[in-house]
Design a protein around this ligand. Structure first.
Ligand SMILES: NC(=O)c1ccc[n+]([C@@H]2O[C@H](COP(=O)([O-])OP(=O)(O)OC[C@H]3O[C@@H](n4cnc5c(N)ncnc54)[C@H](OP(=O)(O)O)[C@@H]3O)[C@@H](O)[C@H]2O)c1
Length: 286
């Protein structure tokens, strides 16, 4: 029986990245749908849950992606509402790689050390990756702040985090590098999750910090999100801090994404969201 993955993307053009990793994770065939939303997904789900017998349903799975995490979460909720009894299939939620990227970054940051009681700042943290990274850092015991250019946007991200996870994350408006430099003063951990190719912090702003221990950058498109962090850094020491770059933890992100796809086909009722994906990341890191 073929392993069928239904890729539901909230963007008009379904992600090629998610499609390739879906195959590399073990799907035999992927049907990718764009412009999926909470209203039009019901019929697609019915096709997935009503077609195969109970013991064969594990060979059908759903992946939810796309650039807008709130829309993706609404699709996830609509998908789950269609499930009942044994009529369900496994689902992975990873809008813009939010869960797999954040899980890989935080798993490396927490690897072999405790983040409990540390002050962590997620720069450009209002996006999908930043929001999920903030949650996972908080779950590791860190006191987390996220920054964004506009107070209302970054506060809305904190509110979304609280609504979904019950976690309180502080919002700081920091539209320029100067304000972002001030935001990381006294912090122990800084992670940049801003849009691709945007530098959020200069090297001189973190180089001499007495408090910073861990400096990580998710941005894989030059220039670096944090100047002075090498793309391939994975625990590199520099200026007395430990550095992680986008490719440095990106290898775990890719392996994790593939492993999660494989996990979908082991049972018909897996739900892989932030907590589950992070738990898998913790078993793979290092
Ligand atoms: N290493 C990996 O394996 C991997 C995998 C996936 C993604 N990524 C990278 O992870 C990062 C985060 O991804 P994402 O999807 O969460 O990002 P995103 O939504 O595109 O952007 C994150 C935040 O960046 C801020 N931003 C946008 N334009 C900006 C500008 N001109 N100046 C300053 N801030 C700006 C926005 O916050 P405000 O509007 O609130 O300021 C936005 O919410 C990206 O760089 C992405 O390429 C890495």
């Amino acid at each position: 029986m073929k392993k069928l993955l239904y890729q539901f993307d909230t963007d008009a053009l379904p992600s090629v990245f998610d499609n390739v990793v879906g195959y590399d994770g073990g799907a035999d065939h992927i049907s990718a749908y764009g412009t999926v939303d909470a209203r039009n997904v019901a019929g697609l789900v019915e096709g997935a849950i009503f077609t195969r017998g109970a013991k064969d349903k594990k060979n059908t799975a759903i992946f939810i992606g796309g650039g807008n995490m709130a829309e993706g979460e609404a699709v996830l909720s609509a998908v789950r509402k269609k499930f009942f009894g044994k009529f369900r299939v496994s689902v992975m939620f990873d809008s813009n790689g939010c869960n797999t990227t954040a899980a890989a970054a935080v798993a490396w940051l927490a690897h072999g050390r405790s983040l409990a009681g540390k002050r962590a700042v997620v720069l450009g943290g209002s996006g999908p990756v930043g929001q999920r990274a903030a949650v996972l850092l908080a779950r590791e015991g860190a006191d987390v702040t996220i920054t964004g250019r506009k107070r209302e946007v970054v506060q809305a991200a904190c509110d979304a985090i609280h609504a979904r996870f019950g976690i309180v994350v502080r919002a700081v408006e920091a539209p320029t590098n100067v304000e972002r430099g001030a935001a990381v003063e006294g912090a122990h951990v800084v992670l940049a999750t801003g849009a691709a190719g945007i530098t959020l912090l200069e090297e001189r702003q973190w180089r001499d910090s007495a408090s910073l221990e861990l400096v990580a950058d998710a941005n894989a498109s030059p220039p670096a999100g944090i100047e002075g962090v090498g793309q391939s850094d994975r625990g590199e020491p520099k200026h007395g801090k430990i550095l992680f770059g986008s490719l440095g933890f990106g290898a775990l992100k890719l392996a994790l994404h593939r492993a999660c796809i494989a996990r979908l086909f082991e049972q018909n009722d897996a739900l892989l969201d932030a907590e589950e994906i992070y738990a898998i990341a913790k078993t793979m890191v290092g």
